[in-house]
Design a protein around this ligand. Structure first.
Ligand code: C2E
Ligand code: MG
Ligand code: MG
Ligand code: MG
Length: 288
Protein backbone atom coordinates (compact mmCIF):
# COMPACT_ATOMS: atom_id res chain seq x y z
CA UNK A 1 0.00 0.00 0.00
CA UNK A 2 1.23 3.43 -0.92
CA UNK A 3 1.25 5.86 1.92
CA UNK A 4 1.42 9.61 1.80
CA UNK A 5 1.67 12.22 4.50
CA UNK A 6 -0.24 15.46 4.23
CA UNK A 7 0.10 17.91 7.10
CA UNK A 8 0.72 15.18 9.61
CA UNK A 9 -2.28 13.15 8.54
CA UNK A 10 -1.81 9.63 7.25
CA UNK A 11 -3.69 8.89 4.07
CA UNK A 12 -3.69 5.37 2.70
CA UNK A 13 -4.20 4.64 -0.94
CA UNK A 14 -5.19 1.22 -2.15
CA UNK A 15 -4.63 0.11 -5.73
CA UNK A 16 -7.89 1.55 -7.03
CA UNK A 17 -7.28 4.86 -5.27
CA UNK A 18 -3.91 5.27 -6.91
CA UNK A 19 -5.41 4.30 -10.28
CA UNK A 20 -7.98 6.98 -9.72
CA UNK A 21 -5.28 9.43 -8.68
CA UNK A 22 -3.39 8.77 -11.90
CA UNK A 23 -6.58 9.26 -13.90
CA UNK A 24 -7.37 12.46 -12.09
CA UNK A 25 -3.90 13.82 -12.75
CA UNK A 26 -4.04 12.84 -16.42
CA UNK A 27 -7.50 14.36 -16.82
CA UNK A 28 -6.37 17.55 -15.15
CA UNK A 29 -3.34 17.78 -17.43
CA UNK A 30 -5.46 17.30 -20.52
CA UNK A 31 -8.00 19.86 -19.31
CA UNK A 32 -5.10 22.28 -19.18
CA UNK A 33 -3.32 21.28 -22.37
CA UNK A 34 -5.95 19.69 -24.58
CA UNK A 35 -7.86 21.46 -27.31
CA UNK A 36 -11.16 21.58 -25.41
CA UNK A 37 -12.90 23.67 -28.03
CA UNK A 38 -12.44 20.84 -30.48
CA UNK A 39 -12.50 17.82 -28.16
CA UNK A 40 -15.65 18.55 -26.15
CA UNK A 41 -18.89 17.61 -27.84
CA UNK A 42 -22.51 17.36 -26.85
CA UNK A 43 -24.90 14.51 -27.40
CA UNK A 44 -28.63 15.08 -27.14
CA UNK A 45 -31.11 12.75 -25.49
CA UNK A 46 -34.82 13.08 -26.32
CA UNK A 47 -37.38 13.93 -23.67
CA UNK A 48 -40.74 12.51 -24.63
CA UNK A 49 -44.14 13.89 -23.66
CA UNK A 50 -46.66 11.04 -23.26
CA UNK A 51 -49.60 13.45 -23.47
CA UNK A 52 -48.35 15.19 -26.62
CA UNK A 53 -47.02 11.90 -27.95
CA UNK A 54 -43.85 13.53 -29.17
CA UNK A 55 -40.36 14.58 -28.20
CA UNK A 56 -40.51 18.19 -26.98
CA UNK A 57 -36.96 18.66 -25.75
CA UNK A 58 -33.45 17.25 -25.58
CA UNK A 59 -30.98 17.06 -22.74
CA UNK A 60 -27.43 18.06 -23.69
CA UNK A 61 -24.91 15.51 -22.40
CA UNK A 62 -21.19 16.19 -22.59
CA UNK A 63 -18.63 13.86 -24.14
CA UNK A 64 -14.89 14.44 -24.25
CA UNK A 65 -12.86 12.85 -27.05
CA UNK A 66 -9.27 13.34 -26.04
CA UNK A 67 -6.47 11.94 -28.25
CA UNK A 68 -4.50 10.64 -25.26
CA UNK A 69 -7.29 9.68 -22.84
CA UNK A 70 -9.80 8.42 -25.38
CA UNK A 71 -13.48 8.94 -24.65
CA UNK A 72 -13.91 10.39 -21.15
CA UNK A 73 -17.27 10.19 -19.41
CA UNK A 74 -18.76 13.36 -17.92
CA UNK A 75 -19.01 11.54 -14.60
CA UNK A 76 -15.21 11.49 -14.65
CA UNK A 77 -14.16 14.81 -16.13
CA UNK A 78 -16.82 17.17 -14.76
CA UNK A 79 -15.75 16.29 -11.23
CA UNK A 80 -12.08 16.93 -12.02
CA UNK A 81 -12.90 20.12 -13.90
CA UNK A 82 -14.82 21.34 -10.86
CA UNK A 83 -11.95 20.70 -8.50
CA UNK A 84 -9.22 22.07 -10.71
CA UNK A 85 -10.99 25.25 -11.75
CA UNK A 86 -11.66 24.38 -15.40
CA UNK A 87 -15.38 23.86 -15.11
CA UNK A 88 -16.50 27.29 -16.26
CA UNK A 89 -14.32 27.05 -19.32
CA UNK A 90 -15.81 23.62 -20.06
CA UNK A 91 -19.36 24.82 -19.43
CA UNK A 92 -18.91 27.89 -21.62
CA UNK A 93 -17.66 25.80 -24.55
CA UNK A 94 -20.46 23.27 -24.17
CA UNK A 95 -23.12 25.93 -23.79
CA UNK A 96 -22.03 27.67 -26.97
CA UNK A 97 -22.24 24.36 -28.82
CA UNK A 98 -25.64 23.63 -27.28
CA UNK A 99 -27.04 26.99 -28.37
CA UNK A 100 -25.70 26.51 -31.88
CA UNK A 101 -27.59 23.21 -32.14
CA UNK A 102 -30.77 24.57 -30.57
CA UNK A 103 -30.86 27.36 -33.15
CA UNK A 104 -31.16 24.76 -35.89
CA UNK A 105 -34.27 23.23 -34.35
CA UNK A 106 -37.91 24.39 -34.58
CA UNK A 107 -39.15 26.86 -31.93
CA UNK A 108 -41.26 24.29 -30.11
CA UNK A 109 -38.21 22.18 -29.23
CA UNK A 110 -36.21 23.13 -26.15
CA UNK A 111 -32.86 22.24 -24.65
CA UNK A 112 -31.95 21.13 -21.12
CA UNK A 113 -28.42 21.97 -20.08
CA UNK A 114 -26.60 20.68 -16.97
CA UNK A 115 -24.85 23.15 -14.69
CA UNK A 116 -22.51 22.16 -11.90
CA UNK A 117 -21.78 23.58 -8.46
CA UNK A 118 -19.11 26.09 -9.39
CA UNK A 119 -21.12 27.30 -12.36
CA UNK A 120 -24.04 28.35 -10.21
CA UNK A 121 -21.97 29.64 -7.32
CA UNK A 122 -20.78 32.45 -9.59
CA UNK A 123 -23.45 34.98 -10.51
CA UNK A 124 -21.27 36.73 -13.07
CA UNK A 125 -20.76 33.44 -14.90
CA UNK A 126 -24.48 32.71 -14.99
CA UNK A 127 -25.09 36.22 -16.31
CA UNK A 128 -22.58 35.51 -19.07
CA UNK A 129 -24.66 32.48 -20.09
CA UNK A 130 -27.77 34.66 -20.21
CA UNK A 131 -25.88 37.21 -22.28
CA UNK A 132 -24.94 34.43 -24.68
CA UNK A 133 -28.62 33.50 -25.08
CA UNK A 134 -29.50 37.11 -25.90
CA UNK A 135 -26.61 37.46 -28.31
CA UNK A 136 -27.64 34.33 -30.17
CA UNK A 137 -31.23 35.60 -30.21
CA UNK A 138 -32.64 32.37 -28.85
CA UNK A 139 -35.83 32.62 -26.83
CA UNK A 140 -34.91 31.99 -23.16
CA UNK A 141 -38.11 29.95 -22.82
CA UNK A 142 -36.43 27.28 -24.94
CA UNK A 143 -33.71 26.80 -22.34
CA UNK A 144 -33.81 24.82 -19.16
CA UNK A 145 -30.96 24.47 -16.69
CA UNK A 146 -30.55 21.27 -14.71
CA UNK A 147 -28.98 21.44 -11.29
CA UNK A 148 -28.41 18.77 -8.66
CA UNK A 149 -28.86 19.09 -4.95
CA UNK A 150 -25.14 18.54 -4.42
CA UNK A 151 -24.57 21.62 -6.57
CA UNK A 152 -26.73 23.85 -4.39
CA UNK A 153 -26.01 22.28 -1.03
CA UNK A 154 -22.94 24.30 -0.06
CA UNK A 155 -24.49 27.69 -0.68
CA UNK A 156 -28.25 27.57 -0.88
CA UNK A 157 -28.68 31.34 -0.69
CA UNK A 158 -26.47 32.08 -3.70
CA UNK A 159 -28.00 29.19 -5.61
CA UNK A 160 -31.50 30.55 -4.98
CA UNK A 161 -30.52 34.01 -6.14
CA UNK A 162 -28.90 32.67 -9.28
CA UNK A 163 -31.81 30.39 -10.10
CA UNK A 164 -34.26 33.27 -9.54
CA UNK A 165 -32.22 35.27 -12.00
CA UNK A 166 -32.40 32.51 -14.61
CA UNK A 167 -36.14 32.19 -14.16
CA UNK A 168 -36.85 35.92 -14.23
CA UNK A 169 -34.98 35.96 -17.56
CA UNK A 170 -37.43 33.40 -18.90
CA UNK A 171 -35.36 30.22 -18.59
CA UNK A 172 -36.56 27.21 -16.64
CA UNK A 173 -34.83 25.36 -13.83
CA UNK A 174 -34.99 21.62 -13.15
CA UNK A 175 -33.81 19.73 -10.08
CA UNK A 176 -31.90 16.73 -11.42
CA UNK A 177 -31.49 13.26 -9.87
CA UNK A 178 -34.33 13.89 -7.44
CA UNK A 179 -34.49 11.34 -4.64
CA UNK A 180 -30.90 10.18 -4.93
CA UNK A 181 -29.71 12.43 -2.09
CA UNK A 182 -30.48 12.92 1.55
CA UNK A 183 -32.83 15.83 2.08
CA UNK A 184 -34.39 16.19 -1.33
CA UNK A 185 -37.78 17.38 -0.12
CA UNK A 186 -36.32 20.39 1.58
CA UNK A 187 -35.04 21.68 -1.76
CA UNK A 188 -38.53 21.67 -3.23
CA UNK A 189 -39.38 24.29 -0.65
CA UNK A 190 -36.15 26.26 -0.74
CA UNK A 191 -35.36 26.51 -4.43
CA UNK A 192 -37.16 28.31 -7.23
CA UNK A 193 -37.92 25.39 -9.56
CA UNK A 194 -40.01 24.55 -12.59
CA UNK A 195 -39.31 20.88 -12.84
CA UNK A 196 -38.13 17.79 -11.01
CA UNK A 197 -36.32 14.87 -12.60
CA UNK A 198 -36.99 11.65 -10.73
CA UNK A 199 -33.78 9.66 -10.44
CA UNK A 200 -33.32 6.44 -12.34
CA UNK A 201 -32.57 4.58 -9.11
CA UNK A 202 -36.36 4.51 -8.44
CA UNK A 203 -37.39 3.93 -12.04
CA UNK A 204 -35.11 0.90 -12.27
CA UNK A 205 -36.81 -0.84 -9.35
CA UNK A 206 -40.38 -0.14 -10.38
CA UNK A 207 -41.16 -3.44 -12.19
CA UNK A 208 -40.09 -5.47 -9.16
CA UNK A 209 -40.92 -3.25 -6.23
CA UNK A 210 -44.38 -2.07 -5.24
CA UNK A 211 -42.77 0.33 -2.79
CA UNK A 212 -40.65 1.99 -5.51
CA UNK A 213 -43.75 2.32 -7.66
CA UNK A 214 -45.62 3.97 -4.81
CA UNK A 215 -42.70 6.32 -4.18
CA UNK A 216 -42.61 7.37 -7.84
CA UNK A 217 -46.40 7.78 -7.84
CA UNK A 218 -46.20 9.91 -4.71
CA UNK A 219 -43.45 12.15 -6.12
CA UNK A 220 -45.42 12.65 -9.33
CA UNK A 221 -48.54 13.54 -7.31
CA UNK A 222 -46.53 15.92 -5.14
CA UNK A 223 -45.04 17.65 -8.18
CA UNK A 224 -48.49 18.14 -9.59
CA UNK A 225 -49.72 19.70 -6.31
CA UNK A 226 -46.69 21.99 -6.20
CA UNK A 227 -47.16 22.97 -9.82
CA UNK A 228 -43.86 21.42 -10.87
CA UNK A 229 -43.41 19.45 -14.06
CA UNK A 230 -41.83 16.06 -13.56
CA UNK A 231 -39.58 13.88 -15.67
CA UNK A 232 -38.90 10.18 -15.26
CA UNK A 233 -35.22 9.56 -15.88
CA UNK A 234 -33.68 6.43 -17.31
CA UNK A 235 -36.65 4.45 -18.58
CA UNK A 236 -35.01 1.53 -20.36
CA UNK A 237 -37.54 -1.23 -20.86
CA UNK A 238 -41.12 -1.79 -21.98
CA UNK A 239 -41.63 -3.52 -18.67
CA UNK A 240 -40.76 -0.32 -16.77
CA UNK A 241 -42.82 1.71 -19.19
CA UNK A 242 -45.91 -0.47 -18.76
CA UNK A 243 -45.98 0.35 -15.06
CA UNK A 244 -44.83 3.96 -15.31
CA UNK A 245 -47.08 5.22 -18.09
CA UNK A 246 -50.10 4.89 -15.81
CA UNK A 247 -48.52 7.32 -13.37
CA UNK A 248 -48.81 10.14 -15.94
CA UNK A 249 -45.43 11.83 -15.71
CA UNK A 250 -45.07 15.03 -17.78
CA UNK A 251 -41.99 13.74 -19.56
CA UNK A 252 -40.07 10.51 -19.97
CA UNK A 253 -36.39 10.28 -20.79
CA UNK A 254 -34.47 7.05 -21.24
CA UNK A 255 -32.91 4.58 -23.60
CA UNK A 256 -36.38 3.25 -24.50
CA UNK A 257 -37.19 6.55 -26.24
CA UNK A 258 -33.71 7.30 -27.45
CA UNK A 259 -30.10 7.21 -26.42
CA UNK A 260 -27.99 10.35 -26.32
CA UNK A 261 -27.37 11.11 -30.02
CA UNK A 262 -25.47 13.54 -32.22
CA UNK A 263 -26.98 16.92 -33.04
CA UNK A 264 -27.42 15.73 -36.58
CA UNK A 265 -29.39 12.66 -35.46
CA UNK A 266 -31.49 14.79 -33.11
CA UNK A 267 -32.33 17.04 -36.07
CA UNK A 268 -33.33 13.98 -38.08
CA UNK A 269 -35.52 12.69 -35.25
CA UNK A 270 -37.30 16.06 -35.15
CA UNK A 271 -37.92 15.96 -38.90
CA UNK A 272 -39.15 12.34 -38.77
CA UNK A 273 -41.48 13.26 -35.97
CA UNK A 274 -42.92 16.24 -37.85
CA UNK A 275 -43.44 13.93 -40.78
CA UNK A 276 -45.18 11.22 -38.74
CA UNK A 277 -47.27 13.73 -36.78
CA UNK A 278 -48.51 15.03 -40.09
CA UNK A 279 -49.54 11.46 -40.86
CA UNK A 280 -51.26 11.15 -37.46
CA UNK A 281 -49.01 8.38 -36.26
CA UNK A 282 -47.03 8.38 -33.04
CA UNK A 283 -43.27 8.27 -32.79
CA UNK A 284 -42.13 4.67 -33.01
CA UNK A 285 -40.43 3.63 -29.81
CA UNK A 286 -36.80 2.76 -30.46
CA UNK A 287 -35.57 -0.46 -28.95
CA UNK A 288 -32.79 0.10 -26.42
P1 C2E B 1 -27.69 13.39 -15.65
O1 C2E B 1 -27.78 14.86 -15.91
O2 C2E B 1 -28.61 12.83 -14.62
O3 C2E B 1 -27.92 12.73 -17.07
C1 C2E B 1 -28.54 11.49 -17.26
C2 C2E B 1 -27.53 10.38 -17.43
O4 C2E B 1 -28.22 9.14 -17.51
C3 C2E B 1 -26.74 10.49 -18.73
O5 C2E B 1 -25.45 9.89 -18.49
C4 C2E B 1 -27.54 9.61 -19.67
O6 C2E B 1 -26.79 9.11 -20.75
C5 C2E B 1 -27.95 8.51 -18.73
N1 C2E B 1 -29.17 7.85 -19.17
C6 C2E B 1 -30.22 8.34 -19.85
N2 C2E B 1 -31.18 7.44 -20.07
C7 C2E B 1 -30.73 6.30 -19.50
C8 C2E B 1 -31.28 4.97 -19.39
O7 C2E B 1 -32.38 4.66 -19.87
N3 C2E B 1 -30.52 4.05 -18.71
C9 C2E B 1 -29.30 4.37 -18.18
N4 C2E B 1 -28.64 3.41 -17.55
N5 C2E B 1 -28.76 5.60 -18.27
C10 C2E B 1 -29.47 6.55 -18.92
P2 C2E B 1 -24.11 10.63 -18.96
O8 C2E B 1 -24.31 11.27 -20.30
O9 C2E B 1 -22.99 9.68 -18.78
O10 C2E B 1 -23.97 11.81 -17.93
C11 C2E B 1 -23.73 11.53 -16.58
C12 C2E B 1 -23.84 12.76 -15.73
O11 C2E B 1 -22.79 13.68 -16.04
C13 C2E B 1 -25.12 13.55 -15.95
O12 C2E B 1 -26.19 12.98 -15.24
C14 C2E B 1 -24.72 14.92 -15.44
O13 C2E B 1 -24.82 14.96 -14.03
C15 C2E B 1 -23.26 14.98 -15.84
N6 C2E B 1 -23.15 15.75 -17.09
C16 C2E B 1 -23.32 15.36 -18.36
N7 C2E B 1 -23.13 16.38 -19.23
C17 C2E B 1 -22.84 17.46 -18.47
C18 C2E B 1 -22.56 18.85 -18.76
O14 C2E B 1 -22.55 19.30 -19.92
N8 C2E B 1 -22.31 19.66 -17.69
C19 C2E B 1 -22.33 19.19 -16.39
N9 C2E B 1 -22.08 20.06 -15.40
N10 C2E B 1 -22.62 17.93 -16.09
C20 C2E B 1 -22.86 17.06 -17.11
MG1 MG C 1 -29.23 16.15 -16.20
MG1 MG D 1 -30.28 12.94 -13.76
MG1 MG E 1 -27.10 11.85 -12.88
Amino acid sequence: KAKARFRGQCIFFDATDSEEMKNTIAIERELREGNLEQELVLLFQPQYSPSKKRVISFEALARWHNPRLGLVSPNDFIRVAERSGFIQKVTAILFRKGLAELKKWPDDISLSFNLSARDISDQAFVLSLLAQIMKEEVSPSRLEFEITETAVMSDLATASTVLDRLRSSGCRVALDDFGSGYSSFEYLDQLPLDKVKIDRSFVRKVPHSIISREIVAAIIALCSKLNLRCVLEGVETQEEMAVLAGLEPDLIQGFLFGRPMSGEDAGQLIRDQQQSNANQTVLPIQSA
